[in-house]
Ligand binder design. Sequence first.
Ligand SMILES: *Cc1c(COP(=O)(O)O)cnc(C)c1O
Length: 218
Amino acid sequence: MTIAENIDKILSKIPSSVRLVAVSKKKSVTAIKEAYNYGIRDFAESRVQEALLKQEELQEYQDICWHFIGHIQTNKAKKILEKFDYIHSVDSLKLAEYLDKLAAKSSIFPHVCLQVKLLPDLNKYGWEIMELWQDLPKLESLNHLKIEGLMTILPLGLSENECLETFAKTKELAVTITEKSSLQLKELSMGMSNDYLLAVEKGATMIRLGTIIFGERN
Ligand SMILES: *Cc1c(COP(=O)(O)O)cnc(C)c1O
């Protein structure tokens, strides 16, 4: 299967309102161009250095929207704000406050999602539900971050029902926060290659797909 055929197949299965974000980490610029030529404009990377090299090579592709989906180290935060249009992986109050401070200095208003962890997962960053409610007043007071939604990554090994339930709970959380705070969480960044159809069924607005578009990563 070619990248174009893979994209075709995915697009035939999801509503046009869902934003397909192609996760190009560990994939070549050639592969990105192939997806671009097939109409994809949203690309996601999880490592800064790797992404910057690719962006350099893709300078003429001005209409690419770059998404950052990896854990953010403080010393990379400034570059990420400069070079990415959308940050999915704001995973702590401390990081949110730091990004907000940097954004204020540059007078920019970056679009971000808050990364949440609805099930315990040692390998994943993000807020647990209780922690997020505790931090909410402080998050509401950030003037520069445009906090637009929630992002989640499911732990490995869940059944189909558990996936559905967890995606549904993520949506519920976004809806409740929107009702009870000043944040408007309309975006749900959830669903990867092996669970995106379940995520879409439960209201995902952005799906982050790597393997199923570009093939296995080494
Ligand atoms: C790598 C990655 C993806 C893509 O995963 P696939 O299983 O290859 O689709 C999505 N989201 C995040 C946060 C990732 O790190």
